[in-house]
Design a protein around this ligand. Structure first.
Ligand code: NAD
Length: 317
């Protein structure tokens, strides 16, 4: 399978499987079946609340001889409540224990937003609210402290590569002022309605690999009521036309638009047909015109913007 070489020398597969909103009851089987289908990269996070079950799926696949640990690329993320330097090692160890792993291939800071610590023994995952219901409480941890704690856990061997997510260019440039080495990966919302081309170009220049999330744009947000009534990219005329011309599904076209430009994708599906379809989306080429027609759909529309939702807005207001 095609891969991107990270600045740590590690190879990150171009296509992986996202684990957000995978119900705990299905997670072990979903991961196991995805490994059977050929997936090697899994994109998890403490916040997804399913890391133990995902770890069970991995453990079963290794035990059954489907795959070896070193053939897998497991990503996880540090949640916003754990940005203080003493919490970063505490959480990476907890998350590794949940996954039943000794190291992550990639560990990311989930959001550049630091909120008050919630003891995992009290509530895990803690989500955004300090009391589990309504009130977001910001915490005074500078991003530099969190990044340097990430470097320490990498040096201690808990993560082979470290990176960031949901970060814009200005913060990225600031990180470079104190980082020993540039983050290996930036994970961002990236789809034809939100191409973020200047940020993509900046990362290319800095040797930072990009992973796109929510590659199908509004589709992922329909079930959350956060799709802003946006027309589906999977049914868009431009996608449909290219799908017809290439003989590939609309989903494969949208994924290829990213991977052909060197951007990794981590689509989420629990359906066996879609899982296989998404994985087998790198064996064709889009023409320059087709790539441009898709990029031209950009309207700068972001669906995942937690700092813009009401409980946080009331704090920043
Ligand atoms: P996605 O773009 O992968 O879309 C998922 C939706 O598309 C689901 O409704 C699924 O049923 C549908 N779908 C999947 N394959 C399809 C196919 N072949 N044909 C038609 N429909 C299909 O959205 P996502 O889950 O938001 O993003 C992917 C992953 O990115 C997540 O699971 C998670 O791991 C990661 N993520 C990270 C962040 C972050 O803050 N870093 C935020 C969101 C998501």
């Amino acid at each position: 399978m095609s891969a991107i070489k990270l600045n740590t020398g590690l190879l990150m597969p171009l296509v992986g499987k996202g684990l957000w909103k995978v119900p705990r009851a299905d997670a072990a089987d979903t991961v196991y079946n995805a490994i059977k289908t050929g997936y090697r990269l899994f994109d998890g996070a403490g916040d997804y609340g399913n890391e133990k079950e995902c770890g069970d799926g991995v453990a079963r696949a290794i035990k059954d001889g489907l795959v070896k640990r070193e053939e897998l690329f497991i990503t996880s993320k540090l949640w916003n409540t754990f940005h203080a330097k003493e919490h970063v090692p505490q959480l990476v160890k907890k998350q590794l224990a949940d996954w039943q792993l000794e190291y992550f291939d990639l560990f990311l800071i989930h959001f550049p937003v630091s909120i008050a610590y919630v003891d995992p023994a009290v509530r895990y995952p803690p989500e955004w609210f300090v009391d589990g219901v309504s009130k977001v409480q910001l915490q005074n941890t500078p991003y530099q402290e969190t990044w340097q704690a990430m470097e320490a856990i990498q040096e201690a061997g808990y993560a082979k590569s470290i990176g960031v997510s949901n970060v814009q260019g200005a913060l990225l440039l600031d990180i470079l002022k104190y980082a020993k080495k540039a983050p290996s990966v930036l994970q961002i919302e990236h789809h034809p309605y939100l191409t973020q081309q200047p940020l993509v170009d900046l990362c290319k220049e800095l040797g930072i690999a990009i992973t796109a999330y929510s590659s199908f744009g509004p589709t992922s947000f329909v079930e959350l009521g956060m799709d802003k009534n946006t027309p589906s990219l999977l049914k868009h005329d431009v996608t449909a036309e290219i799908s017809k011309a290439t003989g590939k599904t609309p989903a494969q076209v949208l994924l290829r638009w990213a991977t052909q430009r060197g951007i990794a994708v981590i689509p989420k599906s629990n359906d066996p047909n879609r899982l296989a379809q998404n994985l087998n989306s790198t064996d064709f080429e889009l023409s320059t015109e087709q790539l441009k027609a898709i990029s031209d759909l950009n309207i700068g529309l972001r669906f995942n913007n937690p700092v813009g939702v009401s409980p946080l807005l009331s704090i920043f207001a």
